[in-house]
Write a new protein. Structure first.
Length: 140
């Protein structure tokens, strides 16, 4: 059985939705960020990055949303979660998922969790302003 480590309100929701849509047999394990469980020795054995999601499979542990989504789509092809029979369409999907992970999510983190990146409160305010400017740009 698959085991998904997640935290409510995190990007792990995409993996959970995919598992549900695929009809996968899985269990969820909540990682409580408020208690710092993502930095606990037990969780760091699962994901040394201290982030969610992490998906425990029969072959090992996967991290990073695009990789997990691809794994789920390929493991449950009848669910039709990805265009597995069209290499170009699959690459387009991967490009979009990568953009969400590497740009949109990072902007979100800067705006809401500036303390990760800077100690000065004025820097946090600058990050929040910049995120709203960046996210207002058209998607291209």
């Amino acid at each position: 059985m698959l085991k998904l480590f997640y935290s409510p309100g995190s990007c792990a929701l995409a993996s959970r939705i995919a598992l549900e849509d695929a009809g996968a047999d899985y269990e969820v394990v909540r990682v409580d960020f408020a208690k710092g469980e993502q930095r606990s020795p037990e969780y760091l054995k699962i994901n040394p990055k201290g982030r969610v999601p992490a998906l425990v499979t029969g072959k090992g542990i996967l991290t990073e949303t695009p990789a997990i989504l691809t794994y789920i789509a390929q493991s449950f092809p009848d669910a039709g979660l990805a265009p597995l029979d069209d290499a170009y369409a699959l690459a387009e999907m991967q490009a979009f998922n990568s953009y969400l992970s590497s740009t949109v999510h990072v902007n979100h983190a800067h705006g809401r969790r500036g303390a990760r990146w800077a100690d000065d409160e004025s820097s946090h305010a600058d990050m929040k302003r910049k995120v709203s400017q960046t996210m207002a740009r058209p998607w291209n």
